[in-house]
Write a new protein. Sequence first.
Length: 199
Amino acid sequence: MSGTERQRRRWFTVALPVWAAAAVYGWVHWYLAGPSSPPTAVAVAGGVLLVAGACAAYVVRVGGTGGFFGVLFLAVGLLLTVTAADQATARAEVATCVVGAVHTTVQASYGEGGPPEKTVYRLELRCPGGYPAELKHDRPLAAVGEEIEVAYDPQRRVSPAPEGGSSPWRAALWALVLLAAGTEIARRCAPGPGVTAGA
């Protein structure tokens, strides 16, 4: 293989996290964007194939210890990309609903060092058209009889959320950090002209 071809493959490897993130974001956005999206099973299978394929290509091209750690950053970064796409596009409609009842459930902590005890609030809602019928959150959002703005997906592919309470920026920022780390590892460890992966 010529040096030019090896260099081209090296740059493909270095850019792989960016291409993979763009493909995953586009796939999730397409699924959540409207009525022309594929069935849920097809969307999930396609997303899994994209993530798994990108991770496999990364390990093969980078190799060695760098490939092991880099693919961890890549995998988590792609999952956070899915989260950011979900939060950015999934809940396109907003309804003004009246809280009919509030129920609380306490999730106990399991053992020393486990997550702390958590209270989940389940609000029964009366919304125009009858949907959403309930909303779950980790803090009290409104009292019985009060109105609340609820963002929801008309296709019911994801659960409703308080309007303005599902920002994609935190997930997107962490995705960028992890994908940048995976890109840097690929830049340092991917084989160049005349070098074999993992050498």
